[in-house]
Design a protein around this ligand. Structure first.
Ligand code: CAA
Ligand code: NAD
Length: 295
């Protein structure tokens, strides 16, 4: 098995910041790359907030927090990821953008470095194929919020070597996560089942079945889900949900993956969910309020 000491994380959004946190928490050195300073600042703030909460709750000492933050380097330059043994990519769900990034990383990183993508829906092979290291390429799919969710899907393509697979699986275990092994099929296990459910909730809303709050209430109280489908879609990000639905519909051509028109309109309107302050709910006040969508 390959030895992983330093990890490069690309993207410091919802997922990248959570991934950087758990990787540093497990003792690895991490370099996080973003495209703009304001996104880096957001990532730093997200991790700092999480750790501060842990300190206040007595789960971590102030010294541990400083040490953990000291293991994370923040950069706008891809070059700073040159020495990484493992690259975890968590940029937007857009295949051409990811491929462009992987071509650059392939030129930059040591031939021994392993690449993994945190994609929700894209086929891993579509990214591995633009590099000269398809044998050292796998999927490592974390769940939101990364510091809390135990599951990680480890995706093995038809080209992933046994050594790479074992290294990535062991790495996931070293983070305190529970890995499952999945074949390189669009949507893997969880999103294959979860995405049609989220899209169906939007279709139920479009059909006038019930209100946003009553559909959420029904699924939390009726099925004991921690979040109803609209709260969860806002939490994942409506832009990300829309990108994922498009990828899955393109792949399977099944109606259950087709993005509903309401979702598309909300994304075009800039309602991206919790991260932009508004989605199916408005998060500007002390408690979320249902957004008036004119339905
Ligand atoms: N980041 C880090 N930690 C967080 C967090 C966040 N955004 N939100 C909550 N937490 C932590 C809190 O610190 C708290 O920990 P402690 O009790 O130890 O302090 C714990 O989670 C519980 O938080 P709360 O009591 O505030 O809230 P809660 O009980 O409602 O739990 C939740 C919050 C864990 C997010 C829960 O609502 C939940 O599990 N929701 C469903 C999440 C889910 O389904 N995620 C998968 C999304 S799909 C995906 O990720 C795949 C994809 O490709 C799209
Ligand atoms: P996000 O929009 O919160 O963050 C994406 C970040 O990537 C942005 O900050 C953007 O500036 C940055 N970025 C774009 N191009 C970049 C580049 N070339 N180099 C560095 N940074 C770049 O999105 P997210 O929710 O964190 O999703 C990221 C990935 O994780 C996607 O592939 C998504 O499908 C997947 N994912 C998302 C969730 C979720 O619940 N949101 C769960 C699991 C997996």
């Amino acid at each position: 098995m390959a030895i992983i000491k330093t990890v490069g994380v690309v993207g410091a959004g919802l997922m990248g910041s959570g991934i950087a946190q758990v990787v540093a928490q497990a003792g690895y050195s991490v370099a996080v790359r973003e495209v703009e300073q304001r996104f880096l600042d957001k990532g730093v703030k997200a991790i700092d907030g999480q750790l501060q909460r842990a300190v206040e709750k007595g789960r971590m000492s102030a010294e541990e927090k400083v040490n953990l933050l000291g293991r994370i380097g923040w950069t706008l330059s891809l070059d700073d990821l040159k020495g990484a043994d493992l690259i975890i990519e968590a940029i937007v769900e857009d295949l051409p953008l990811k491929q462009e990034l992987y071509r650059a990383l392939d030129r930059l990183c040591a031939p021994s470095a392993i690449f993994v993508s945190n994609t929700s829906s894209l086929t891993i092979m579509a990214m591995a194929s633009v590099t000269g290291r398809a044998d050292r390429f796998a999927g490592l799919h974390f769940f939101n919020p990364v510091p809390v969710m135990k599951l990680v899907e480890v995706i093995r393509t038809i080209r992933t070597s046994e050594e790479t697979y074992r290294t990535v699986y062991e790495f996931a275990t070293s983070l305190g996560k529970e890995p499952v092994t999945v074949r390189d099929n669009c949507g893997f296990i969880v999103n294959r089942l979860l995405v049609p459910y989220l899209l169906d909730a939007i279709r139920a809303l479009e059909a006038g079945v019930a209100t946003v709050s009553d559909i959420d209430k029904a699924m939390t109280l009726g099925c004991n889900h921690p979040m109803g489908p609209f709260t969860l879609a806002d939490f994942v990000g409506l832009d990300t949900t829309y990108f994922i639905a498009n990828v899955m519909f393109e792949e399977y051509r099944e109606r259950r993956y087709a993005p509903p028109p309401l979702l598309r309109k909300m994304v075009m309107a800039g309602y991206h969910g919790r991260k932009t302050g508004r989605g199916f709910y408005d998060y500007s006040g002390p408690t979320p309020k249902v957004t008036d969508l004119g339905l």
